[in-house]
Design a protein around this ligand. Structure first.
Ligand SMILES: [Zn+2]
Length: 382
Protein backbone atom coordinates (compact mmCIF):
# COMPACT_ATOMS: atom_id res chain seq x y z
CA UNK A 1 0.00 0.00 0.00
CA UNK A 2 2.84 2.37 0.81
CA UNK A 3 4.11 1.86 -2.74
CA UNK A 4 0.73 2.78 -4.21
CA UNK A 5 0.52 5.91 -2.09
CA UNK A 6 3.96 6.96 -3.32
CA UNK A 7 2.73 6.61 -6.88
CA UNK A 8 -0.31 8.79 -6.15
CA UNK A 9 1.96 11.40 -4.55
CA UNK A 10 4.13 11.33 -7.70
CA UNK A 11 1.02 11.96 -9.82
CA UNK A 12 -0.03 14.79 -7.49
CA UNK A 13 3.50 16.22 -7.65
CA UNK A 14 3.07 16.61 -11.42
CA UNK A 15 0.23 19.05 -10.76
CA UNK A 16 1.57 21.29 -8.01
CA UNK A 17 3.21 24.39 -9.38
CA UNK A 18 3.94 28.03 -8.59
CA UNK A 19 4.30 28.98 -12.26
CA UNK A 20 1.82 31.83 -12.84
CA UNK A 21 1.42 30.89 -16.53
CA UNK A 22 0.16 27.39 -15.77
CA UNK A 23 -1.70 27.30 -12.45
CA UNK A 24 -5.51 27.38 -12.54
CA UNK A 25 -6.52 27.70 -8.88
CA UNK A 26 -5.02 28.52 -5.47
CA UNK A 27 -5.46 26.64 -2.20
CA UNK A 28 -4.15 26.39 1.35
CA UNK A 29 -2.67 22.92 1.71
CA UNK A 30 -2.94 22.86 5.53
CA UNK A 31 -6.69 23.36 5.10
CA UNK A 32 -7.45 20.74 2.43
CA UNK A 33 -5.42 17.91 4.00
CA UNK A 34 -7.89 18.04 6.91
CA UNK A 35 -11.08 17.54 4.88
CA UNK A 36 -11.74 14.22 6.64
CA UNK A 37 -15.31 14.06 5.31
CA UNK A 38 -13.92 13.46 1.79
CA UNK A 39 -12.71 9.96 2.65
CA UNK A 40 -13.40 9.31 6.31
CA UNK A 41 -9.72 8.60 6.81
CA UNK A 42 -6.86 9.94 8.92
CA UNK A 43 -7.00 13.44 10.49
CA UNK A 44 -4.59 14.73 7.82
CA UNK A 45 -3.81 13.25 4.42
CA UNK A 46 -2.09 14.68 1.35
CA UNK A 47 -4.18 12.33 -0.83
CA UNK A 48 -7.04 14.79 -0.31
CA UNK A 49 -5.04 17.26 -2.38
CA UNK A 50 -5.28 14.74 -5.22
CA UNK A 51 -9.04 14.50 -4.76
CA UNK A 52 -9.34 18.30 -4.95
CA UNK A 53 -7.16 18.31 -8.08
CA UNK A 54 -9.49 15.78 -9.68
CA UNK A 55 -12.47 17.91 -8.65
CA UNK A 56 -10.88 20.94 -10.33
CA UNK A 57 -10.22 18.93 -13.50
CA UNK A 58 -13.86 17.84 -13.57
CA UNK A 59 -14.98 21.41 -12.83
CA UNK A 60 -12.93 22.86 -15.70
CA UNK A 61 -13.51 19.76 -17.87
CA UNK A 62 -9.82 19.75 -18.70
CA UNK A 63 -6.90 17.41 -18.13
CA UNK A 64 -3.66 18.09 -16.25
CA UNK A 65 -4.71 21.25 -14.44
CA UNK A 66 -1.97 22.51 -12.07
CA UNK A 67 -2.75 24.01 -8.67
CA UNK A 68 -0.90 26.67 -6.65
CA UNK A 69 -0.55 25.47 -3.06
CA UNK A 70 0.35 27.77 -0.17
CA UNK A 71 1.80 25.76 2.71
CA UNK A 72 2.10 26.77 6.36
CA UNK A 73 5.63 25.87 7.46
CA UNK A 74 4.25 23.91 10.42
CA UNK A 75 2.70 21.41 8.00
CA UNK A 76 6.19 20.20 7.02
CA UNK A 77 6.52 18.69 10.51
CA UNK A 78 2.82 17.91 11.11
CA UNK A 79 2.53 14.76 13.25
CA UNK A 80 -0.84 13.85 11.69
CA UNK A 81 0.91 13.23 8.35
CA UNK A 82 2.98 10.12 7.71
CA UNK A 83 6.76 10.48 7.63
CA UNK A 84 6.61 9.72 3.91
CA UNK A 85 4.13 12.55 3.35
CA UNK A 86 6.29 14.97 5.36
CA UNK A 87 9.31 13.96 3.30
CA UNK A 88 7.43 14.53 0.04
CA UNK A 89 6.17 17.91 1.26
CA UNK A 90 9.69 19.00 2.17
CA UNK A 91 10.86 17.98 -1.28
CA UNK A 92 8.09 20.04 -2.90
CA UNK A 93 9.13 22.97 -0.69
CA UNK A 94 12.81 22.56 -1.59
CA UNK A 95 11.97 22.39 -5.30
CA UNK A 96 9.71 25.44 -5.16
CA UNK A 97 6.68 23.46 -6.31
CA UNK A 98 4.74 24.89 -3.38
CA UNK A 99 5.03 28.16 -1.49
CA UNK A 100 6.02 27.73 2.16
CA UNK A 101 5.27 30.53 4.64
CA UNK A 102 5.66 31.12 8.36
CA UNK A 103 2.33 32.91 8.41
CA UNK A 104 0.21 32.46 5.27
CA UNK A 105 -2.48 34.89 6.51
CA UNK A 106 -4.42 35.96 3.43
CA UNK A 107 -1.70 34.90 0.97
CA UNK A 108 -4.10 32.49 -0.78
CA UNK A 109 -6.41 35.40 -1.59
CA UNK A 110 -3.49 37.63 -2.55
CA UNK A 111 -2.15 35.10 -5.07
CA UNK A 112 -5.65 34.53 -6.46
CA UNK A 113 -6.14 38.28 -6.71
CA UNK A 114 -2.82 38.95 -8.47
CA UNK A 115 -3.22 36.03 -10.90
CA UNK A 116 -6.99 36.33 -11.42
CA UNK A 117 -7.62 32.73 -10.31
CA UNK A 118 -10.28 30.97 -8.23
CA UNK A 119 -9.62 29.96 -4.61
CA UNK A 120 -10.50 26.45 -3.47
CA UNK A 121 -11.52 26.80 0.18
CA UNK A 122 -14.31 26.19 2.64
CA UNK A 123 -13.53 29.51 4.35
CA UNK A 124 -15.99 32.28 3.62
CA UNK A 125 -13.40 35.07 4.01
CA UNK A 126 -16.17 37.54 4.95
CA UNK A 127 -13.71 39.78 6.74
CA UNK A 128 -11.56 40.10 3.62
CA UNK A 129 -14.31 40.90 1.10
CA UNK A 130 -13.47 44.60 1.51
CA UNK A 131 -9.93 44.13 0.25
CA UNK A 132 -10.86 41.38 -2.24
CA UNK A 133 -14.37 42.28 -3.47
CA UNK A 134 -14.49 39.29 -5.85
CA UNK A 135 -14.82 36.98 -2.82
CA UNK A 136 -18.48 37.98 -2.50
CA UNK A 137 -18.93 39.77 -5.81
CA UNK A 138 -17.78 37.41 -8.57
CA UNK A 139 -19.37 34.06 -9.46
CA UNK A 140 -17.03 31.09 -9.31
CA UNK A 141 -14.02 32.84 -7.73
CA UNK A 142 -14.43 31.18 -4.32
CA UNK A 143 -15.14 27.46 -4.65
CA UNK A 144 -15.76 25.20 -1.65
CA UNK A 145 -14.61 21.58 -2.14
CA UNK A 146 -17.43 19.48 -0.66
CA UNK A 147 -18.14 15.73 -0.70
CA UNK A 148 -20.17 14.64 -3.71
CA UNK A 149 -21.50 11.43 -5.19
CA UNK A 150 -18.57 10.88 -7.60
CA UNK A 151 -15.86 12.50 -5.47
CA UNK A 152 -15.50 16.08 -4.21
CA UNK A 153 -17.38 18.81 -6.04
CA UNK A 154 -16.53 22.52 -6.12
CA UNK A 155 -19.47 24.61 -4.94
CA UNK A 156 -19.26 28.33 -5.78
CA UNK A 157 -19.88 30.82 -2.98
CA UNK A 158 -21.47 33.17 -5.53
CA UNK A 159 -23.69 31.34 -8.02
CA UNK A 160 -24.00 32.34 -11.65
CA UNK A 161 -21.97 32.17 -14.82
CA UNK A 162 -18.30 32.86 -14.01
CA UNK A 163 -16.75 35.67 -16.05
CA UNK A 164 -14.24 34.65 -18.73
CA UNK A 165 -10.80 34.24 -17.11
CA UNK A 166 -9.33 37.72 -17.13
CA UNK A 167 -5.76 36.79 -16.28
CA UNK A 168 -3.62 38.69 -13.79
CA UNK A 169 -4.82 41.95 -12.19
CA UNK A 170 -3.12 45.21 -13.24
CA UNK A 171 -0.86 44.97 -10.15
CA UNK A 172 -0.22 41.29 -10.90
CA UNK A 173 0.76 42.14 -14.47
CA UNK A 174 3.23 44.75 -13.23
CA UNK A 175 4.82 42.30 -10.78
CA UNK A 176 4.99 39.53 -13.38
CA UNK A 177 6.67 41.83 -15.91
CA UNK A 178 9.85 41.85 -13.80
CA UNK A 179 12.34 39.26 -12.62
CA UNK A 180 12.82 39.34 -8.83
CA UNK A 181 15.74 38.26 -6.72
CA UNK A 182 15.72 37.31 -3.04
CA UNK A 183 18.88 37.93 -1.03
CA UNK A 184 18.46 34.60 0.78
CA UNK A 185 21.16 32.32 -0.70
CA UNK A 186 19.59 29.56 -2.75
CA UNK A 187 16.03 30.97 -2.56
CA UNK A 188 14.16 28.53 -4.77
CA UNK A 189 11.34 30.92 -5.65
CA UNK A 190 13.37 34.02 -6.45
CA UNK A 191 16.88 32.73 -7.02
CA UNK A 192 19.40 34.69 -8.99
CA UNK A 193 21.94 33.22 -11.35
CA UNK A 194 23.86 30.44 -9.70
CA UNK A 195 21.35 29.89 -6.92
CA UNK A 196 22.50 28.05 -3.81
CA UNK A 197 25.28 25.58 -3.28
CA UNK A 198 23.04 22.74 -4.41
CA UNK A 199 21.39 24.54 -7.33
CA UNK A 200 22.78 21.95 -9.72
CA UNK A 201 20.96 19.24 -7.81
CA UNK A 202 17.54 20.91 -7.95
CA UNK A 203 15.12 18.59 -9.67
CA UNK A 204 13.12 21.43 -11.12
CA UNK A 205 14.56 23.56 -13.85
CA UNK A 206 13.40 26.86 -12.36
CA UNK A 207 13.68 29.82 -14.69
CA UNK A 208 12.90 33.47 -13.90
CA UNK A 209 9.92 33.28 -16.28
CA UNK A 210 8.22 30.85 -13.89
CA UNK A 211 8.63 32.98 -10.75
CA UNK A 212 5.52 33.23 -8.55
CA UNK A 213 4.06 36.64 -7.75
CA UNK A 214 5.90 38.38 -4.86
CA UNK A 215 3.80 39.25 -1.82
CA UNK A 216 2.95 42.92 -1.26
CA UNK A 217 2.21 42.43 2.42
CA UNK A 218 4.82 45.01 3.41
CA UNK A 219 3.79 47.37 0.65
CA UNK A 220 6.84 46.41 -1.39
CA UNK A 221 7.52 43.25 -3.47
CA UNK A 222 8.69 40.72 -0.87
CA UNK A 223 9.70 37.04 -0.87
CA UNK A 224 6.79 35.21 0.76
CA UNK A 225 9.09 32.50 2.09
CA UNK A 226 12.01 34.49 3.49
CA UNK A 227 10.23 37.82 4.03
CA UNK A 228 13.10 39.74 2.43
CA UNK A 229 12.35 42.68 0.23
CA UNK A 230 13.01 41.58 -3.37
CA UNK A 231 15.49 43.15 -5.75
CA UNK A 232 14.24 44.08 -9.22
CA UNK A 233 16.55 42.14 -11.56
CA UNK A 234 15.17 43.47 -14.84
CA UNK A 235 12.42 42.57 -17.27
CA UNK A 236 11.04 39.03 -17.16
CA UNK A 237 11.76 36.88 -20.21
CA UNK A 238 8.85 36.66 -22.62
CA UNK A 239 6.58 33.62 -22.36
CA UNK A 240 3.90 32.03 -24.49
CA UNK A 241 1.45 29.44 -23.15
CA UNK A 242 0.58 26.70 -25.64
CA UNK A 243 -2.00 23.92 -25.48
CA UNK A 244 -1.94 20.38 -26.80
CA UNK A 245 -5.31 19.28 -28.18
CA UNK A 246 -5.88 15.67 -29.15
CA UNK A 247 -9.17 14.42 -30.55
CA UNK A 248 -10.79 17.78 -29.84
CA UNK A 249 -9.79 17.91 -26.16
CA UNK A 250 -7.13 20.03 -24.48
CA UNK A 251 -4.80 17.54 -22.82
CA UNK A 252 -2.26 19.87 -21.30
CA UNK A 253 -0.68 23.30 -21.44
CA UNK A 254 2.99 24.20 -21.48
CA UNK A 255 5.12 27.31 -21.48
CA UNK A 256 7.66 28.35 -24.09
CA UNK A 257 10.05 31.08 -22.96
CA UNK A 258 12.73 33.05 -24.72
CA UNK A 259 15.18 31.13 -22.51
CA UNK A 260 14.00 27.68 -23.43
CA UNK A 261 12.54 26.13 -26.60
CA UNK A 262 10.20 23.16 -26.08
CA UNK A 263 10.07 19.97 -28.15
CA UNK A 264 6.75 18.12 -28.57
CA UNK A 265 6.55 14.53 -29.79
CA UNK A 266 5.71 10.93 -29.02
CA UNK A 267 8.49 10.71 -26.43
CA UNK A 268 11.06 13.54 -26.61
CA UNK A 269 14.41 12.76 -25.06
CA UNK A 270 15.09 16.18 -23.53
CA UNK A 271 13.78 16.65 -20.00
CA UNK A 272 11.51 19.62 -20.72
CA UNK A 273 9.88 17.92 -23.72
CA UNK A 274 6.13 17.36 -24.02
CA UNK A 275 5.35 13.65 -24.31
CA UNK A 276 2.18 12.77 -26.21
CA UNK A 277 2.55 8.96 -26.42
CA UNK A 278 -0.05 8.16 -23.76
CA UNK A 279 -2.85 9.91 -25.72
CA UNK A 280 -2.11 8.57 -29.20
CA UNK A 281 -3.74 5.73 -31.11
CA UNK A 282 -1.58 3.26 -33.04
CA UNK A 283 -1.62 5.13 -36.36
CA UNK A 284 -0.75 8.46 -34.73
CA UNK A 285 1.97 6.72 -32.73
CA UNK A 286 3.51 5.36 -35.92
CA UNK A 287 3.38 8.72 -37.69
CA UNK A 288 4.60 11.01 -34.90
CA UNK A 289 8.34 11.00 -34.20
CA UNK A 290 9.79 10.85 -30.70
CA UNK A 291 10.68 14.54 -31.21
CA UNK A 292 8.29 15.98 -33.79
CA UNK A 293 8.06 19.77 -33.57
CA UNK A 294 10.03 22.39 -31.69
CA UNK A 295 8.65 25.71 -30.45
CA UNK A 296 10.85 28.69 -29.82
CA UNK A 297 10.32 32.35 -28.85
CA UNK A 298 12.57 34.73 -30.76
CA UNK A 299 11.76 38.29 -29.73
CA UNK A 300 8.00 38.54 -30.07
CA UNK A 301 7.87 35.74 -32.65
CA UNK A 302 6.69 32.25 -31.80
CA UNK A 303 8.46 29.92 -34.22
CA UNK A 304 7.57 26.32 -34.97
CA UNK A 305 10.16 24.05 -36.52
CA UNK A 306 9.54 20.53 -37.79
CA UNK A 307 12.13 18.08 -36.46
CA UNK A 308 10.24 14.91 -37.45
CA UNK A 309 10.67 12.16 -40.00
CA UNK A 310 7.22 12.43 -41.58
CA UNK A 311 6.60 16.18 -41.42
CA UNK A 312 3.73 18.21 -39.99
CA UNK A 313 1.45 21.04 -41.05
CA UNK A 314 0.14 24.44 -40.06
CA UNK A 315 -3.53 25.38 -40.31
CA UNK A 316 -3.42 29.17 -40.79
CA UNK A 317 -5.83 30.95 -38.45
CA UNK A 318 -7.18 27.55 -37.45
CA UNK A 319 -8.66 26.93 -40.92
CA UNK A 320 -9.88 23.37 -41.41
CA UNK A 321 -9.86 23.87 -45.20
CA UNK A 322 -7.41 21.25 -46.54
CA UNK A 323 -6.47 23.55 -49.43
CA UNK A 324 -5.13 26.12 -46.97
CA UNK A 325 -3.08 23.70 -44.89
CA UNK A 326 0.61 24.51 -45.14
CA UNK A 327 2.88 21.47 -45.14
CA UNK A 328 5.95 21.74 -42.93
CA UNK A 329 8.70 19.41 -44.10
CA UNK A 330 11.56 18.22 -41.94
CA UNK A 331 13.71 21.09 -40.62
CA UNK A 332 11.34 23.71 -42.06
CA UNK A 333 10.27 26.47 -39.69
CA UNK A 334 7.60 29.12 -39.68
CA UNK A 335 6.46 32.08 -37.55
CA UNK A 336 3.09 31.32 -35.97
CA UNK A 337 0.41 33.97 -36.56
CA UNK A 338 -2.44 34.40 -34.07
CA UNK A 339 -4.85 31.49 -34.39
CA UNK A 340 -2.42 29.26 -36.30
CA UNK A 341 -2.67 25.59 -35.38
CA UNK A 342 0.24 23.18 -35.78
CA UNK A 343 -0.88 19.68 -36.71
CA UNK A 344 1.48 16.78 -36.03
CA UNK A 345 -1.06 14.27 -37.31
CA UNK A 346 -4.79 14.69 -38.04
CA UNK A 347 -6.42 15.59 -34.70
CA UNK A 348 -3.10 16.02 -32.84
CA UNK A 349 -2.62 19.76 -32.55
CA UNK A 350 -0.68 22.48 -30.75
CA UNK A 351 -1.62 26.16 -30.63
CA UNK A 352 -1.53 29.19 -28.32
CA UNK A 353 -3.64 28.35 -25.27
CA UNK A 354 -6.15 31.12 -26.01
CA UNK A 355 -6.97 29.54 -29.39
CA UNK A 356 -9.26 27.02 -27.71
CA UNK A 357 -11.71 27.41 -24.89
CA UNK A 358 -11.06 24.74 -22.34
CA UNK A 359 -13.61 22.21 -21.30
CA UNK A 360 -15.49 19.43 -22.96
CA UNK A 361 -13.60 16.65 -21.24
CA UNK A 362 -16.10 14.36 -19.58
CA UNK A 363 -13.57 12.12 -17.88
CA UNK A 364 -10.28 13.89 -17.10
CA UNK A 365 -7.35 11.68 -16.08
CA UNK A 366 -7.36 11.15 -12.32
CA UNK A 367 -4.25 11.68 -10.21
CA UNK A 368 -5.79 9.11 -7.85
CA UNK A 369 -5.67 6.25 -10.35
CA UNK A 370 -3.09 4.38 -8.29
CA UNK A 371 -4.73 5.10 -4.95
CA UNK A 372 -5.52 2.20 -2.64
CA UNK A 373 -9.25 1.47 -2.44
CA UNK A 374 -9.51 3.05 0.99
CA UNK A 375 -8.72 6.45 -0.43
CA UNK A 376 -10.93 6.32 -3.49
CA UNK A 377 -14.08 4.98 -1.88
CA UNK A 378 -15.57 8.42 -2.31
CA UNK A 379 -19.13 7.86 -3.36
CA UNK A 380 -19.95 5.84 -0.26
CA UNK A 381 -20.04 8.91 1.88
CA UNK A 382 -21.52 11.48 -0.49
ZN1 LIG B 1 13.35 34.05 -0.78
Amino acid sequence: MRFEISKVLDAIEGRVSTDPSLVRAVLDLAEVVRYTDLDGGRPASTLRLGMIMDALSRHLEEDNVPVYAVVHRALLSEADLTSNERMVLRRWADDGLVEVMNNPGDRVLEVADLLGLPVLSRNRYDGLAGRYPWVTGQPGRLLAPLPGAGGPVLVPRVKGAPPAPGGPSPTGRKLLARTWRCREPGCVLFGGEGGGAFADLARIDRKPSGQPPPTLRTGMPTCPRHEHRLIDAGPRPATEVLSVRIGGMVRRRFVVTSERPVVVGRAPEDSGGIRLGQWLNDEARRWISRSHVRFELRGADLIVQDVSTNGSGVRPGGSMDEAERIALARQQSRVMRPGDIVELYPGVQVARANTWTSGGMVNPTSVMAEAPTMAIRLGDRG
